[in-house]
Design a protein around this ligand. Structure first.
Ligand SMILES: [Zn+2]
Length: 647
């Protein structure tokens, strides 16, 4: 916090993360920091006095200003792809440095912001070499998994060359093949230890006649060359290089473009019009678009999205734009990543920027970064008229039903799930349902309840929009990150009352959410279907595999779990009949509560038999429906919330 605030005065006008001189500014002990500030103040005073003395006693002379820039290296990358079929992206990194030390550590990031898992990008680096500009070899050695230490004594410029194996298309990795190149700079470009404030350039040498797309600004007069103002900006910007299709639209006077690689069943005109509605709906919350231009990079394979400062990388199946239900899913993804322009890329939780690229960056706020973003992505679609209020409520009901079936909701809080994302969220296993919740899914539901409770508490005068705007103005605009305490405080300021009970139960705690206490405020209620309790239930989740059914998960508290079945067991017969998915569904569906079935299964390599007794199916399916006899005040709050009338 203190370190960030140091820069608040000089950086208020900037719209991107500010990188300090140090890699890990937050780790500077307070007393050292205070000494450094004192020294800086003294130095500035001394300079001031010297300047005064110069003005009074000597003729004016032009002296170059002493800036941080002078001691920073000039770093220039060139990325080539001469043999796409090899999946090898070729990198040349030139480090020109007046203050070149005797040894330079070049480092690969181990993760990429927005995807909270150590991914060890250095494992794909090969053919590393280091030379002087004239080609004289420089000695080097690996000193850690992601550090190449080069002997640079006597040279003022270091040229490092390496290739990176790139054959994994996800939004956080790299792919090069004969159709395109897509990469994240975190997974491709090394940095110089301690020099993340440097402003690098990156020149792309495309294969054949491929075009280059990125959110980074181009360097005038240099083909396919871009500059980042610091490494947080460099590492934020993905590249797509291919014969992509490009189309653009303007919103609030700013250019937005789609860059799509691959053929698919999308309609450029409709996609532009609908995305513009999403951009406009988001603009209405914050009152500004904090970028010069915005690029939606889409690959028509894989799935998912990753947020960036003025771009996003999206992946969807090439025929994922029809029918309408799938198209709406894609628009939801667009809205999610676009809302991140504000929430997480600029409204930044404590540890998320400037980033430490070599270690986990812990925060208890991913439920706000991701859960609230997911909530808004759906709300924005309603506000943009792309999804109906009824569809919105149906989806939220499904989310509430799914959370209610996870025993893990009593094991892990939203804050804990956020903090442990690094070891759990991207490493789901068969036990996750029993000991975890998703900070996306529960975060979305809790954000909705938070929004509704603020609307109720203020009779509709305020909402979660005001909290987001408050964070944008009070934190991003003042170049501060926010803490979990700041977030609660912001909600309380907007709601005009304490929300400690809410945060203690649903954010820090693991209490069952009392949905109706919130929904009733806006004339809605959660309704559960009473009929399901008569059905027999075994609690088996299976996948057809070879000649049997492999058990994928066993839910704690249900018959399969309580009576000894394991994930990985392969059921080959049910009451003596061949086990198939269709048979399992129809046969078990006819059983009554208390009936027994004999399961013959392989556990590892041994044939076993289990007799399982069915229990009642206590799983609840929920729907959100109008409250009977809602008051006029409740009706008007709902109207304001979803532009919907109670029927
Ligand atoms: Zn997200």
């Amino acid at each position: 916090m203190l370190v960030s605030r140091r820069y608040s005065k000089i950086t208020e006008k900037l719209t991107v993360p500010i990188r300090t001189q140090s890699d890990q500014p937050r780790k500077m002990p307070k007393h050292i920091f205070l000494k450094a500030v004192a020294l800086l103040v003294l130095t500035l005073c001394a300079l001031d006095q010297e300047a005064l003395a110069q003005r009074s006693s000597r003729p004016a002379r032009i002296t170059p200003p002493v800036t941080i820039q002078a001691v920073q290296p000039e770093i220039a990358y060139a990325v080539s792809m001469s043999r796409p079929a090899t999946h090898l992206l070729e990198v040349e990194m030139r480090v020109k440095w007046r203050a070149m030390p005797d040894q330079v550590d070049l480092k690969m990031p181990v993760w990429t912001p927005g995807s909270y898992l150590i991914r060890e990008y250095s494992r794909h680096v090969q053919q590393f070499s280091a030379t002087s500009p004239a080609g004289a070899a420089l000695a080097w050695r690996k000193t850690s998994k992601n550090t190449w230490q080069v002997d640079t004594k006597g040279v003022s410029e270091l040229v490092a060359r390496y290739v990176v194996y790139s054959n994994e298309l996800t939004v956080r990795t790299n792919e090069l093949n004969d159709e395109h190149a897509f990469w994240n700079n975190t997974a491709l470009l090394m940095f110089v230890k301690g020099q993340l404030a440097a402003s690098p350039t990156i020149a792309v040498r495309p294969f054949g006649n491929w075009k280059v797309a990125t959110g980074l600004p181009a360097v005038d007069g240099q083909t396919n060359t871009f500059r980042a103002e610091n490494f947080d900006v460099l590492y934020d910007a993905p590249f797509e290089v291919s014969n992509f299709t490009e189309f653009a639209f303007d919103a609030q006077g700013k250019r937005h473009r789609y860059v799509i690689t691959g053929e698919g069943n999308y309609d450029p005109a409709r996609l532009s019009a609908d995305t513009k509605k999403i951009v406009e709906a988001t603009y209405k919350i914050f009152g500004e678009l904090p970028y010069n231009d915005y690029t939606f990079i889409v690959n028509l394979r894989g799935g998912g999205g990753l947020e960036h400062l003025n771009s996003t990388a999206l992946q969807v199946s090439r025929f994922g734009f029809k029918p309408d239900s799938r198209y709406k899913n894609f628009l939801g993804l667009v809205a999610h990543e676009f809302f991140h322009v504000y929430n997480v890329k600029r409204i930044r939780p404590d540890a998320l920027g400037p980033f430490d690229y070599e270690n986990e960056n812990y925060t208890r706020l991913l439920w706000v970064a991701e859960g609230a973003t997911e909530y808004y992505s759906n709300l924005l679609l309603v506000r943009a008229g792309l999804v109906s209020p009824a569809e919105f409520l149906l989806q939220r009901s499904a989310g509430i039903s799914a959370l209610g079936q996870r025993p893990g909701r009593f094991e892990t809080s939203l804050e804990d799930a956020s903090f442990d994302a690094w070891i759990k969220y991207y490493r789901q296993d068969e036990n996750s349902v029993n000991n975890q919740i998703s900070y996306y899914d529960k975060g979305e539901i809790v954000s909705m309840m938070l929004d509704i409770s603020i609307r109720s508490a203020t009779a509709g005068a305020k909402s979660l929009d005001d909290v987001m705007r408050y964070l944008y103005v009070e934190f991003f605009k003042k170049n501060r990150n926010f803490t979990d305490a700041d977030f609660q405080k912001a909600c309380e300021i907007i709601a005009g009352r304490s929300m400690d009970d809410f945060f203690a139960k649903y954010v820090r705690g693991k209490a069952e959410i009392d949905y109706n206490s919130f929904l009733s405020g806006i004339g809605l209620q959660l309704y559960s279907d009473p009929a399901s309790a008569d059905r027999a239930y075994f609690g088996l989740d299976t996948l057809e595999e070879g000649a049997g059914l492999r058990i994928r998960t066993v839910t704690a508290g249900k018959p399969a779990y309580e009576q000894g079945l394991n994930t990985g067991d392969v059921i080959v017969a049910i009451d003596g009949y061949r086990a198939t998915q269709a048979f399992l569904q129809s046969y078990l569906g006819e059983r009554k509560v208390g009936d027994k079935v004999k399961l013959t299964l392989f556990r590892y390599d041994k044939l076993r038999e289990f007799e399982i007794t069915a229990s009642a199916d206590n799983r609840k399916g929920y729907s959100i429906i109008p409250l009977e006899a809602a008051t006029e005040a409740q009706r008007s709050l709902l109207k304001q919330y979803l532009n919907a009338d109670l029927k």
